[in-house]
Design a protein around this ligand. Sequence first.
Ligand SMILES: *[C@@H]1O[C@H](CO)[C@@H](O)[C@H](O)[C@H]1NC(C)=O
Ligand SMILES: *[C@@H]1O[C@H](CO)[C@@H](O)[C@H](O)[C@H]1NC(C)=O
Ligand SMILES: *[C@@H]1O[C@H](CO)[C@@H](O)[C@H](O)[C@H]1NC(C)=O
Ligand SMILES: *[C@@H]1O[C@H](CO)[C@@H](O)[C@H](O)[C@H]1NC(C)=O
Ligand SMILES: *[C@@H]1O[C@H](CO)[C@@H](O)[C@H](O)[C@H]1NC(C)=O
Ligand SMILES: *[C@@H]1O[C@H](CO)[C@@H](O)[C@H](O)[C@H]1NC(C)=O
Ligand SMILES: *[C@@H]1O[C@H](CO)[C@@H](O)[C@H](O)[C@H]1NC(C)=O
Ligand SMILES: *[C@@H]1O[C@H](CO)[C@@H](O)[C@H](O)[C@H]1NC(C)=O
Length: 641
Amino acid sequence: MLALLLLLVSFSSAFALDKACPFKPTDMIFVLDGSGSEGEDNFKKQLNFVSNFTNQFEIGQNKTRVSLVTFATTVNNEFYLNRYYDNTTLLRAIGQAHYPNGETNTHLALDHVRLQSLLPSNGAERNVSKIVFVLTDGRSLEEEATKSAAMQLKKDPRVTVVAIGIGNAVDDNELRAIASDANHTIRVATFDALNSIKVELTQKTCDTCNDLSDVCFILDSSGSEGSGNFHQQLEFVKMVVNEFSIEGSSKTRICVVTFSTTSLGEIHLNSFNDKTALLQNIMKIPYRDGETMTNLGINHGFSELTNPPRQGANKVMILLTDGRSTEPDLTRQSASAVQRAGVDVFAIGIGPNVDSQELRFIATAPDHVFEVDRFHDLASIHQEVVNKICAKALITTTTTTTSTTTTRPTTTTTKPTTTTTKPTTTTTKPTTTTTKTTTKLTTTLPPTTTRAACGLKPADIVFVLDSSDSEGAENFKKQVDFVYNFAAQFSIGVNSVQFSVVTYSTDVQNIFYFNDHLTRQEVLQAIRNNITYLGQGTNTSGALQQVRENNLQTKHGARPNAQNFVIVITDGRSDDTNATRSEAHELQKIAQVLSVGIGPRVDSSELAAIASNHKVLTVDTFELLQTFKQQLTDLACQSGR
Ligand SMILES: *[C@@H]1O[C@H](CO)[C@@H](O)[C@H](O)[C@H]1NC(C)=O
Ligand SMILES: *[C@@H]1O[C@H](CO)[C@@H](O)[C@H](O)[C@H]1NC(C)=O
Ligand SMILES: *[C@@H]1O[C@H](CO)[C@@H](O)[C@H](O)[C@H]1NC(C)=O
Ligand SMILES: *[C@@H]1O[C@H](CO)[C@@H](O)[C@H](O)[C@H]1NC(C)=O
Ligand SMILES: *[C@@H]1O[C@H](CO)[C@@H](O)[C@H](O)[C@H]1NC(C)=O
Ligand SMILES: *[C@@H]1O[C@H](CO)[C@@H](O)[C@H](O)[C@H]1NC(C)=O
Ligand SMILES: *[C@@H]1O[C@H](CO)[C@@H](O)[C@H](O)[C@H]1NC(C)=O
Ligand SMILES: *[C@@H]1O[C@H](CO)[C@@H](O)[C@H](O)[C@H]1NC(C)=O
């Protein structure tokens, strides 16, 4: 509950000034399960969630539009996208939706969305992304029909389906079949926990791409363009920039260079930390006239990207031109140098006077060349360019920060203390130290806005990481990234959540105890810097024993009044499964144990034995580990009840 309050407090204040993704108009269609299994109270909680979520966006005819559909035995269309264009009437209508009660005919609702809600005449005429949120608490009555209805719906390229499963009765396979992909499948433990996914969901809604990229636009400002056409280039830049998350230290940075007879850096990578200001200044860039010294533009962009380079960032150059360069040889030389340095270069030619061969030479790959007939057509390719940048970013950056939000990080540091007066029951534990730690944070840490304290009962969480040779160093690093991102969500300290990490192969290695590092910053640094890959065997039993006998003992900082959690992550089976099972049994007496299995080699029966109440999570690949973050958080937050 406290977690929820913290989220709400930080959200309501952050968005008072600035709504979520203000530049990205979206059509959002909510499809709510109103079947008999949930009851009216829980149905109301879904409505609350929809209100809270949509209230983050600016509602309007040319902004975000919202539609609401409920279903049980039949489908009720509460309202289409074109019914409410202001937040007051919209929120009122959401609150008044009635509980249908009945069976779970999910397929009928999905068909309704495809055949009715998405019709132009029902408000879906804009060429903007359409996000369908399907909330359900159980299995659908007709599984095959549901899968096929979902498949039909997803054929529409404008549509993204997010499937949100609530509670234990949800069928993971079905959820996956409904959602656009695994990234858009979310599970929460209870109806009350719905609001905890707001941040994650907002991010999915606002950003198609959330990776570390430095993107430099090189714009032709030569005499052949004319200022009207130059302005169309700026519109294109604006459209692409809109698709990225600009705020925060680990997001996309943008620079803009123009060239004609000379080159000019109009916007530098670190000029703006704020999308509004960035876009306003992009639109003010003047047209200059002159020759087409493409080579100077490329060189200039390269120096913007590399002086100094940002560690781990995907470097991208997007060159726009309507003609051939004045110095073709120099242009080719410059382009080669940039490509050799690992920059991903796109070349976009506009109109009949471009030199296709030159474009092909400038771009890093054939699919990075675009040619459009008219300046006006630039809009039609922007999404494809964005998708390609994102695809590259996902491959090249190993540590993606999943730490979310479009809020300004500065506003919330003092907020947590205000909620401490709210506790309803029991231990009047002061959570006041959060303010102390947040003020010490350096800018390299993830934003602090989304930190959950996970209930009134403080949590002591031990991560147990498999470091055996079956993993490989690369996969091990992904585990460590996951632990980092997981821990970064929390307020860490003796009065909130504490972390400890153990790794194991043949030997067991304690990385740090609860009381080795007292601040969030130190804990995150220790996760990042002090965990090394071991190789060799899989001594799971030894690791569990170490946790029980050492990490969870008070002399190492474990708190008697805390809820203990042990999260075991492995990709294989232990060397001695009998010993592992019996150690797990002992450990479960003093802690909630969660087990996460990765890949095809896991022994599900052993994993189930390790976990308390069979809380096993499995994923196919190490990459997918990130998709569990929210689920683990929810489990950790719910278990103490
Ligand atoms: C947000 O949710 C809370 C409880 O879940 C509710 O009391 C509140 O009215 C909601 N806010 C909005 C704007 O709907
Ligand atoms: C929305 O855009 C349309 C077309 O550009 C315009 O006619 C209409 O006035 C706009 N509506 C509002 C409320 O701004
Ligand atoms: C609607 O939005 C306006 C402007 O963002 C805000 O002042 C107002 O409080 C909102 N109304 C409701 C009911 O949330
Ligand atoms: C998750 O999203 C990324 C980029 O949006 C995509 O490349 C990846 O394939 C997705 N993962 C799954 C399992 O769909
Ligand atoms: C809608 O946008 C997409 C991608 O941005 C584009 O491919 C398509 O041509 C556009 N359609 C219309 C009718 O403008
Ligand atoms: C990393 O481990 C070394 C050796 O155990 C220790 O001296 C150092 O303080 C640790 N650093 C961090 C950031 O925990
Ligand atoms: C496993 O770890 C325990 C605890 O560190 C240790 O006592 C034991 O010898 C290890 N087992 C093997 C086979 O190395
Ligand atoms: C493990 O336990 C099972 C059943 O308790 C037993 O049959 C088996 O012999 C044991 N294996 C080892 C290696 O001790």
